[in-house]
Design a protein around this ligand. Structure first.
Ligand SMILES: Nc1ncnc2c1ncn2[C@@H]1O[C@H](COP(=O)(O)OP(=O)(O)OP(=O)(O)O)[C@@H](O)[C@H]1O
Length: 269
């Protein structure tokens, strides 16, 4: 089996009538690696995830997932968003949401599907709230439910977008162990501003800011990355930004750094 799970060769991308967002991006990820993607707001991290998911096509260059085009490999990648919007008027339970991760053309789920959903819920430690309405979940439980939803269809690769955006540090420690456990079976790419959170689980760190640069990981890597964005800054949590347009531009001009480096050191200790 090819050890390279994702291969990106000299990829450039621009949105229509806009400046180039990514230029000559190149990297390879091996199976079961945990790769962290960091970078300033507007640096192109989400765009890179969309390219890997096959939702966008590069202007030039090649992306291969399992040696094939991402659009042919959609079943292989599970995307875990920061949060999801559900209509609270519908009585969706944790189990329903996780089961819905199995896309069925006619919506009929077999006994085997249900067992898979149960297992995924168990894997993320949510069995006790299996029948709870999702509006009653905490931020950390919601995040784990979304991971279970990605796991249920047996994806090989998990893309986690800001997994710590809506959780507090104590919950972050549990989530951190879960990601570590999942990495035994999955290749994991996570976009985060929270370098402290990933310090003990990541194999590699990529910084995306138009281009992609790999950072060496050493004892001080969180500090170095934070320093390169400006120590006085605190990175804004994604869920605090409500709209696109001017607000988004505003966000890009005032990058904040969350005090996560210190928190991460606490986590490690
Ligand atoms: N659909 C779109 N159309 C046009 N421009 C876009 C679109 N989506 C993103 N952009 C622009 O592309 C650039 C990269 O955006 P992207 O969302 O990939 O960055 P990011 O690193 O994920 O940022 P953040 O940390 O703020 O989420 C930004 O300048 C953004 O305004």
């Amino acid at each position: 089996m090819n050890d390279i799970h994702i291969e990106v060769q000299r990829v450039s991308f621009s949105y229509e009538q806009s400046h180039e967002v990514l230029r000559d991006v190149e990297f390879a990820v091996r199976r079961n690696e945990v790769v962290t993607i960091v970078g300033p707001n507007g640096g192109g991290k989400t765009t890179l995830l969309r390219l890997l998911l096959g939702l966008l096509n590069p202007d030039s260059g090649t992306i291969l997932v399992n040696s094939k085009k991402p659009s042919d490999q959609r079943g292989v990648i599970g995307y875990v968003p920061q949060h999801m919007h559900f209509d609270r008027r519908f009585p969706m339970t944790v189990f329903d949401v996780v089961l819905s991760g199995l896309i069925k053309p006619f919506g009929f789920y077999s006994k085997r599907d249900r067992i898979k959903a149960e297992r995924s819920i168990e894997d993320v430690g949510l069995s006790s709230v299996r029948n709870n309405h999702i509006s009653r979940l905490s931020g950390g439980q919601m995040q784990r439910m979304l991971i279970a939803r990605a796991l249920v269809s047996e994806k090989e690769i998990l893309l986690l977008d800001e997994p710590t955006a809506s959780i507090d540090p104590a919950v972050g420690i549990r989530l951190n162990s879960l990601i570590k456990e999942l990495s035994a079976q999955h290749t994991i790419l996570l976009v985060t501003h929270d370098t402290g959170f990933v310090a003990n689980i990541t194999d590699r760190v990529f910084c995306v800011n138009g281009t992609l640069v790999e950072h060496p990981i050493d004892a001080n890597f969180s500090e170095i990355i934070a320093a390169s964005y400006g120590r006085e800054n605190r990175i804004v949590r994604h869920d605090m930004v409500l709209s696109d347009g001017p607000a988004r531009r505003h966000r890009h001009t005032r990058m904040h750094r969350r005090n996560s480096v210190l928190r991460g050191e606490e986590n490690k200790g």
